[in-house]
Design a protein around this ligand. Structure first.
Ligand code: SAM
Ligand code: SF4
Length: 354
């Protein structure tokens, strides 16, 4: 984009983010049209496997941060992860996301490698694997790619470095530059790259969010997962709501972010974040109407779901996978959308940039 184009886009994006409900409806309809034209009418599911809540990091917003001693820590065994993959496969979700707190010790890296090898052996490419395991070395990311992982989600959280350090400790473990560098490495290794930000978190302005959208465009990413910040009582950012935004405000702002992004990057995959559903029971469907095309139903064994508590009021803790599927089918038919069963559902953007 030229500087003039960026200037023009900043203005358009700010208009969307700051629109009142009536004006926003027009933008949302435009975003929906762009979705249907560029990524199609299907919504794709990714079975979410919350593999472990053990984490070496201490992000100020996250309920499973290292310093939260109130969290019961767990880690699924390799067999449990493989069973969860099978649950997703049986539900005809042709993709899974393996997510966990950040760790990069050799046994953790080896365990992921072993899971990837086994999935490759069992499903022979019929199931796509996305990893969301935080910052890792180039060597590790290459190893996992070679073993079959094809997508990686690493939210930058905020593209504003100063803001990043208001949400993270300023130490060797939490460096903005390394997070940015990891996104670049992911791209070089060959992954479909996903990133995203927190929306409505303390100290953040609309300007910051507009800059985040421009950042996504400049990074030319393939997928975005972004959702409202929900404050957790055992974290330093609890009660730091100096902008006095209610959860509803953050929810509305998140829908506007999705529509704005769809206008800016029409052919990428945009996920309807689970945190939307924690605020509004129809949150994910509203996100789909705003321009999202990916939903991540939880396929983690029920016994561990409540322990992966990034924020309070986490939805779908008790539902079985088949219940989630039935519920989502009914809800998506209400918004006139089909489901892309047995398809990986890659973003057209990925193939176009290749
Ligand atoms: N540990 C990996 C990482 O940080 O990239 C992956 C797992 S982490 C739990 C996934 C995402 O959860 C983070 O990128 C963050 O944006 C989101 N998250 C954490 N705490 C949150 C909160 N209080 N409200 C909303 N989202 C939150
Ligand atoms: Fe750990 Fe990710 Fe939570 Fe940060 S956001 S504390 S890295 S799980």
């Amino acid at each position: 984009m030229t500087e003039d184009q960026i200037k023009e886009w900043r203005c358009r994006l700010m208009n969307i983010l700051s629109s009142d409900n009536k004006t926003y409806k027009v933008f949302a309809d435009q975003a929906l049209d762009l979705t249907l034209q560029n990524v199609g009418e299907k919504v794709f599911f990714r079975g979410l496997i919350e593999m472990s809540n053990r984490c070496v990091k201490d992000c100020y917003y996250c309920g499973i941060r290292r310093s939260n001693s109130d969290t019961h820590r767990y880690e699924l065994s390799e067999q449990e992860v493989l069973s969860a993959v099978q649950v997703a496969f049986d539900q005809h979700y042709a993709s899974v996301v393996i997510q966990a707190g950040e760790r990069s010790n050799p046994s953790f890296i080896k365990k992921i490698s072993s899971i990837l090898s086994e999935v490759k052996r069992r499903y022979e490419g019929k199931i796509g694997i996305t990893l969301s395991l935080g910052e890792q070395s180039r060597e590790t990311l290459e190893e996992w790619f070679a073993l079959g992982a094809r997508r990686y989600l690493l939210r930058i959280e905020s593209s504003n470095k100063d803001l990043y350090y208001k949400w993270h400790p300023n130490d060797n473990l939490h460096t903005f530059d390394r997070r940015l560098e990891t996104l670049k490495i992911l791209r070089e290794v060959g992954y479909q790259v996903g990133t995203g930000v927190l929306i409505g978190a303390p100290f953040q302005t609309l300007e910051d969010l507009v800059n985040d959208l421009i950042f996504f465009k400049k990074m030319d990413v393939d997928m975005i997962g972004m959702g409202p910040f929900i404050s957790h009582p055992n974290t330093p950012l609890f009660d730091k709501n100096e902008t006095s935004q209610t959860l509803q405000d953050r929810f509305q702002l998140s829908l506007r972010m999705i529509s704005a992004l769809r206008c800016l990057m029409p052919n990428i995959n945009i996920a309807a974040a689970t945190s939307l559903q924690a605020i509004d029971p129809m949150g994910r469907e509203k996100a789909v109407k705003a321009g999202a095309n990916i939903i991540m139903p939880n396929v983690t064994p029920q016994s561990s779901r409540a322990d992966y508590q990034l924020y309070p009021n986490k939805p779908c803790i008790d539902e079985e996978a088949w219940e989630c599927k039935g519920c989502l089918e009914a809800r998506l038919s209400m918004v006139d959308r089909k489901i892309g069963y047995d398809e990986w559902g890659d973003a057209p953007h990925f193939f176009e940039r290749l």
